[in-house]
Ligand binder design. Structure first.
Ligand SMILES: Nc1nc2c(ncn2[C@@H]2O[C@H](COP(=O)(O)OP(=O)(O)OP(=O)(O)O)[C@@H](O)[C@H]2O)c(=O)[nH]1
Ligand SMILES: [Mg+2]
Length: 166
């Protein structure tokens, strides 16, 4: 069957026009919700801590606890059934990662990485890339600042183009 081509604006305004979604996964405070707001062209300035899995946006937003606390990780597995692409989010200023080694290889979906907070002085892109690859992220890696907007349009275009691929 032909996949319906849907543009981004349709996707966020018409609930029936969401043929696919991505799921954001990453540590507490990594910048998942801020990134989602930036991708949706909403003001990313102030976001609240995510308390529960949030299906209301273009991407499925998950709380960082679901990666950091082992007993909650299983919820990510079941939620991933609703997503066609996984987006692993890594804070460029963090030396550590809560993703177990090769974690993303257990998911059948394509997994891309997003390194956030590039505007911060101690952002270390190479280290963040290493952490994402170690976690089993095999897809493209994007470097962004959700606050300054750096790299956001490239990531948005990439995600929009996946419409025709999936
Ligand atoms: N400087 C800078 N700060 C950012 C960026 N992205 C997010 N932040 C800040 O990082 C903090 C955490 O961002 P959130 O988007 O709430 O992080 P989260 O991954 O959704 O966190 P949980 O909901 O707890 O899992 C907030 O104070 C954001 O303003 C960025 O690109 N640059
Ligand atoms: Mg959040």
């Amino acid at each position: 069957m032909m996949q319906q081509k849907v543009v981004f604006n349709d996707m966020v305004t018409m609930s029936e026009s969401k043929p696919w979604r991505f799921m954001l996964v990453g540590s507490i405070g990594a910048g998942k919700t801020t990134l989602l707001k930036a991708l949706e062209s909403k003001n990313p300035g102030s976001v609240c801590k995510t308390q529960m899995i949030d299906y209301s946006g273009w991407g499925i937003d998950t709380p960082g606890e679901f990666v950091e606390l082992g007993h909650l990780r299983r919820a990510l597995i079941s939620t991933s059934f609703d997503a066609q692409i996984l987006v692993a989010v890594q804070d460029a200023t963090r030396k550590d990662s809560f993703f177990p080694p090769n974690y993303f290889l257990i998911f059948p979906q394509h997994t891309i990485g997003v390194i956030t907070k590039l505007d911060r002085p101690h952002a270390d892109i190479e280290h963040a890339k290493l952490l994402l690859r170690r976690a089993g992220v095999t897809g493209e890696i994007f470097c962004v600042s959700a606050l300054t907007g750096l790299g956001i349009s490239e990531l948005r275009d990439y995600l929009l183009n996946q419409n025709s691929m999936l």
